[in-house]
Design a protein around this ligand. Sequence first.
Ligand code: SF4
Length: 381
Amino acid sequence: MFRRLYIHVPFCHKKCSYCAFASRPPQDGELEAYHTLLQQELNAVAGRGITGGTLDSIYFGGGTPSLLQPEQVAHVLVSVRDLFSLVEAAEITLEANPGTIDALRLLALHDTGVNRISLGVQSLDDRFLAILGRIHNARQARQAYGDIRQAGFENVSIDLMYALPGQSLDSWRSDLLAAVDLEPEHISVYGLTLEEGTDLARRYDEGALELPDEDLSADMFELADDLLTQAGFEHYEISSYARPGFRSRHNSGYWQRDGYLGIGVGAHSLLRDGYGLRCGNPATLEEYSRQVTLGSQQPVDVQYLSREDAMAEYMFLGLRLIDGIKPGRFEQEFHANWDAHYGTIFADLIRLELVRKSQGCFQLTRRGMLLSNQVFNRFLP
Ligand code: SF4
């Protein structure tokens, strides 16, 4: 039913100015209590007979999972190993933010079995880090990266953001080059989007900030593609670049509709039975904590996917991958005729130069990546 496990940690030191996620600073004792809830939830899931196949990846996401003490991460992983089987060399990722980790903590984390760190760098330019309201500066981000390597992690991803207020193409180039110089195995590149209710959106509405226009944002996306590809990274998903052999197994699973189980407040799951069941945990910590403590978890947002729902997901998730979609695989999975379902749509997308056909696969063009939402909308049931 699932081969991937996601573990959510909803705490952050301080809110970043662009962030609309539900996260907040932990109160005294809250991290300790939360890691116990995670273990209780894992036990309850296993007790209800919800078992996966052998787990191929585990991902601690947030929020800022690196706020957990390494012992707390270790306890959660012991529970996981007790309750589920893992493939040898399963990918175990933990998201970390500079300013929340140091050399000793990272050494201890390495001992827990975590073998991949995803570091929220966002920029290596202090001006932009200040605008984004990050808790760290560029020097601390470099220090955190060095400490991660020193601790023995051989698979490190860093996140970068572009289309930032006041950012030029040249300053974005400098950020990309600085990131490449660090020699990570993986880089994720996201354009800033203004989310309602955030500090950054408020300042923009007040006229206090100027953002790059659409053309400049598109140039920044293309620059990242050119520069990172030339530096030896494979562009394998719209926002993701990896050295050969270092694609994120966990995230690739999402795009391929692998089943996954989400643990923690607000975490979502896709349980693969038939076309799939999507469901979530309660969104507030109070309700999540109450239900887990009472042993009476009620899933929210429960959706049994129809064949049409699942086909739509297959298309718009699969097209995010640069390798694209093979009609034969689709036909095998859904026992459906490709041309009858999608022949006309793809002919149109190819005419608009949003999609191309290469070696039997349909793939987004660069233009298609920039206008990906327009492409994905074509597949909604
Ligand atoms: S660290 Fe990440 S989750 Fe936390 S406030 Fe900043 S952007 Fe949001």
